[in-house]
Design a protein around this ligand. Sequence first.
Ligand SMILES: [Zn+2]
Ligand SMILES: [Zn+2]
Length: 238
Amino acid sequence: MDINGLQITAERLLSLIFPACCRLCRTPVRPQQHLCPECLDELPWLNSSCARCSLPLPAPSGKVLCGRCQQQPPDFDNTEALFHYQPPIDYLLKRLKFSGELAICPFFSRLLTEHIGKRLTPLPDLILPVPLHHARLRERGFNQSTELARRLGQALDIRVDYRLCKRTRSTHPQSLLPRAERGKNMRGAFRTRRKPAPAHIAIVDDVMTTGHTGCELARTLKRAGAELVEVWVVARAG
Ligand SMILES: [Zn+2]
Ligand SMILES: [Zn+2]
């Protein structure tokens, strides 16, 4: 047997001896499960947040808006977010984005699908992943928002449009900018490719930090005719 054949046999043997493991504690789990029930339970689920932008709020508060949404409501109308952007979610999302660990995508999209499937309000006509600038896409090789959006569209039976909006320029990473400059950084960053845009759209992204990206994209979509724009994210910082 040549060295390649030996390697393949060794990998097969290893997968029999070490079946799929929880990504956090290494307990064996069923394939595709990603996390064991204990670790899943201990994730920082977002239970209390602003009714519009999902900013974490201290106590379960029902339909309450955060201070910022009361004073200056964002251009999007609603946010669906699963988790606080805290360990280990930040770690898992960074592995997805910067190390190309796409295997975690089905896990997050399944949880988001379950969460959105429970709600009573109407689902959108179309799902739009937050576009990456083509230079960034070339560098990374994939867009994590597209990967999430594709699976959500399949599971919820909603059309996904990757081309409705285009990123017209490469923006600085929002996380590296002072808060005050983040809005300015995103201004005019998107353009719609066709009008009118569908009436009800959900923007999909991995994480919402200040909300400026969602805000700018929602503003662009509403100018193109959208009436209701939501943002769906795995995690919300704040
Ligand atoms: Zn575990
Ligand atoms: Zn808010």
